[in-house]
Design a protein around this ligand. Structure first.
Ligand SMILES: Cc1ncc(COP(=O)(O)O)c(C=O)c1O
Length: 441
């Protein structure tokens, strides 16, 4: 019997309010705090708050809780590793979990080239490692990223991020020699008024504009790309766009870095979003869902690129043994069925959202792969004018009724439940979104 969603007391209840107040007094002022969800425990796709309210989670702690909350196999792996040793420092010493995980990631990365793996604690550190490695390996300095991109918040990574101005404001000067160009949109770019010149999106801006007027492509170390843009609004580029980008990089000896921190580890129904296009990047970045919530990320680089010498980079905690155990258990589960479930449930979710789009004129686009589904809200389907207020209102109302949602980009809803989500859960979420939109209208 499903015992969620179940709201006993309007959230935030009294216990939640007390914690929110303490948090507000003592935590750093930079945190966003989307809504006053105060978690006590979780199980599968259910999250329970400190007042006993039970929520259906369609955001997975921002696309992290890949195997759901408290998966027994992940918890057992974590407990077993914790019982043995919590730390030894993988940059300087050896343990089996680190070697096993690096081998596993190298083998499942897209393409056939031999890979080497650097383990991190987070997505942003994977980006930092890649920024350093691409410059080291090519002895070139320029880096290109895309408008709307999110690659992290540390100083190097945030330079590549082009998501919200406040993520840059007051922090400059950031990294020099970083350029942003338009991402591949299937329809009119939501960030500017331009129609893409062709249905391959906007790749021509690189050669016809940036390389022609401003930047010699032979000075470019790498292009960083999210194969499906995450924070930017769950935007799927047109078919062939990523392959064209790979070809462009090859023409000029530029390294292609695929940031799969959000899209990787089975979320899109394949292990990596790059696999949908058959593209082998030179470097692939992963984190988020890799450890089912334990902090671990990785930079998987072709051996031919991984030229840096011993001691040139490292991390005290990166590849922590308990996190490695969580990642190995997560990969077992993802390969053992969750990836297939993500593909099937993603189809169900997308089909359901398309049906809702026939009913609610404010839905301007439904897109995504697997359980990385984006829904764009518009004021008018003709002009495609974004409707951020609708997203905000929908997310808040859903929370009050027991469904955890999250926005992305200017005016998109991102649907990213744990990969263990079932058909009944998908149907309930669709009903709740339908009801929420009905109320807002
Ligand atoms: C595509 C992508 N890259 C990098 C990051 C940064 O990861 P972290 O927050 O673990 O540093 C994120 C986080 O949302 C992301 O979505």
């Amino acid at each position: 019997m499903r015992d969620y969603p179940k709201i006993l007391v309007p959230p935030p209840g009294p216990r939640a309010r007390a914690i929110v107040e303490r948090d507000a007094a003592w935590t750093s002022s930079c945190y966003i705090k989307e809504y006053p969800l105060v978690v006590a425990r979780g199980e599968g796709v259910m999250v329970e708050d400190v007042d006993g309210n039970r929520f259906l989670d369609f955001m997975a702690g921002i696309a992290v809780a890949s195997t759901g909350y408290g998966h027994p196999k992940v918890v057992a792996a974590v407990k077993d590793a914790a019982d043995r040793f919590l730390h030894i420092c993988g940059s300087d010493f050896y343990y089996e979990g680190m070697a096993l995980l690096c081998e596993r990631l190298a083998r499942i990365a897209p393409g056939t080239s031999k890979k080497r793996v650097f383990l991190t604690n987070s997505g942003t550190e994977a980006t930092e490692a890649a920024i350093k490695l691409v410059r080291y390996a090519t002895r070139r300095t320029a880096i290109i990223a895309f408008r709307g991109a999110f690659h992290g918040r540390t100083t190097g990574a945030v330079t590549l991020t082009s998501s919200k101005a406040r993520q840059h404001a007051g922090f400059g000067p950031l990294l020099p020699d970083v350029y942003h160009v338009q991402y591949g949109y299937r329809y009119r770019c939501p960030w500017c008024a331009d129609e893409p010149a062709c249905n391959r999106g906007c790749l021509r801006v690189l050669e016809d504009d940036l390389f022609a007027r401003q930047l010699d492509p032979h000075d470019v170390a790498a292009i960083f790309v999210e194969p499906i843009q995450g924070e930017g609004g769950y935007i799927v580029p047109p078919p062939g766009w990523l392959r064209d980008l790979r070809a462009l990089c090859d023409r000029y000896g530029i390294l292609l870095v695929a940031d799969e921190v959000q899209s990787g580890v089975g979320r899109t129904g394949k292990m990596w979003a790059c696999d949908h296009e058959g593209v082998e990047p030179d470097i692939l970045l992963t984190a988020k869902g890799l450890g089912s919530g334990m902090p671990i990320g990785a930079m998987i680089a072709k051996e031919s690129v991984s030229t840096w010498e011993s001691g040139s980079h490292g991390s005290t905690f990166g590849g922590n043994p308990v996190c490695c155990a969580a990642a190995l258990a997560t990969l077992d589960l993802v390969e053992g069925g969750l990836m297939a479930n993500a593909a099937a449930m993603g189809e169900r979710l997308k089909a359901g959202m398309c049906r809702l789009a026939e009913k609610h004129a404010c839905i301007g686009d439904v897109r995504g792969a697997g359980l990385m589904v984006g829904v764009e809200f518009v004021k008018d389907r003709g002009t495609r004018e974004p409707a951020p207020d609708i997203v905000h209102e929908l997310v808040q109302r859903a929370f009050e009724r027991g469904l955890l949602l999250l926005g992305a980009g200017k005016s998109a809803l991102r649907l990213a439940p744990p990969l263990v989500v079932g058909a009944g859960d998908v149907d309930i979420a669709l009903e709740m979104i339908d009801a929420g939109l009905g109320e807002i209208a």
